[in-house]
Design a protein around this ligand. Structure first.
Ligand code: TRP
Length: 336
């Protein structure tokens, strides 16, 4: 039975999704389909234009992402899966919300600071507005829950603030959403540098397992995973054992079991054998996703068709909020 919870999440358009994304975010999106009324998943092409990018490549990456999500188990008939740029209500609400957004606060956002420093040519106003567009993404659907990683905490706080200020000024029209942080995936570490989170931008290439890696590549990355020099070597979680802890937690997620079960199963195993076992199970787990991806990605018309249908459903929901917001703000013709 479906609840009354409306779920929204935004996903960056990239084909380079890694195991941390998969365990943390994507499996949670799939589970959300049964809980969400509806679950709404948006591929954020407009956000991708806030830093240097290539237009033709952006189109490709949106399709890559769509195919990965469907391959992972999102069913376009059971959720709302669409491309942000297809639904103009997001940008319109972004503008309207900018009137209740504090400039100083945008200027202090950590991601804005970090990304500004990383830009070689232009620090665009779009980069500053990024969090306002993100607020509009969620608020336009009056979503209750936003499943995203810890790194989005500041964006979620701003979003809640914007909704509260809007409601105080114009009347209670917007839902103030809650952040929902996935428990496991947030912890997936780089296999080479387990002190760091797995990441396609900040991690090591050998320590980052991509969802679309071939099985032999997955296995190789696990075989080379960094462990520790405990004597005798033991498969258990603990201080100074970031590498082994990571492997235990990855395998527990893949099996849908508890880390303690993994420790028990491998109590007498050697590190080398344990790494092979984890690598083989992860490779076998990802292989069908990769195969489905290849088949889906080859049919671009079908992907575009799925996105267009999703955009239609999204627009129907978003336009109701826009009508209320415009009316409350005195924008456009009376009566909306
Ligand atoms: N900023 C998010 C990220 O980098 C993506 C995103 C855009 C998002 N709009 C959103 C996430 C709305 C949650 C809700 O991952």
């Amino acid at each position: 039975m479906r609840g009354i919870v409306r779920i929204f999440s935004g996903i960056q358009p990239t084909g380079r999704k890694h195991l941390g994304n998969y365990i943390g975010a994507i499996t949670q999106y799939v589970a959300g389909q049964d809980r969400g009324n509806p679950a709404i998943y948006c591929i954020v092409d407009l956000h991708a234009t806030t830093v240097a990018y290539d237009p033709a490549e952006l189109r490709e990456r949106v399709l890559d992402t769509t195919a990965i999500l469907i391959a992972a188990g999102l069913d376009p008939d059971r959720c709302v899966l669409f491309r942000q740029g297809d639904v103009a209500e997001h940008t319109e609400l972004c503008w309207l919300l900018s009137s209740v957004t504090e400039l100083g606060r945008l200027n202090r956002m950590h991601q804005f600071r970090d990304k500004s420093v990383a830009q070689r040519e232009l620090v665009s106003a779009g980069l500053l507005m990024y969090p306002v567009l993100q607020a509009a993404d969620v608020l336009v659907y009056r979503a209750h829950e936003v499943p995203v990683g810890e790194d989005q905490r500041e964006h979620l706080e701003l979003m809640r603030d914007v909704a509260e200020r809007f409601n105080a000024r114009y009347g209670d029209l917007l839902v103030v959403p809650k952040h929902r942080i996935p428990e496991v995936g947030a912890r997936v570490r780089d296999l080479q540098e387990p002190e760091r989170k797995m990441s396609t931008t900040g991690g090591t290439p050998q320590g980052t397992v991509l969802v679309l890696d071939e099985p032999n590549v997955v296995l190789k990355k696990f075989k080379r995973a960094v462990t520790d020099s405990e004597d005798p070597p033991t498969i258990r979680r603990g201080a100074g054992k970031a590498g082994i802890t990571n492997l235990i937690e990855i395998l527990a997620s893949v099996r849908g079991s508890e880390p303690a079960d993994v420790e028990r199963d491998f109590a007498n195993a050697r590190y080398g054998d344990f790494k092979v076992a984890v690598g083989e199970e992860v490779a076998a787990w990802l292989a069908p996703v990769r195969e489905r991806y290849e088949a889906l990605r080859a049919d671009e018309d079908a992907l575009e068709g799925a996105l267009a249908a999703g955009a239609g459903k999204a627009r129907a929901l978003a336009s109701e909020t826009l009508r209320d917001v415009r009316r409350a703000m005195g924008v456009g013709p009376p009566g909306g």
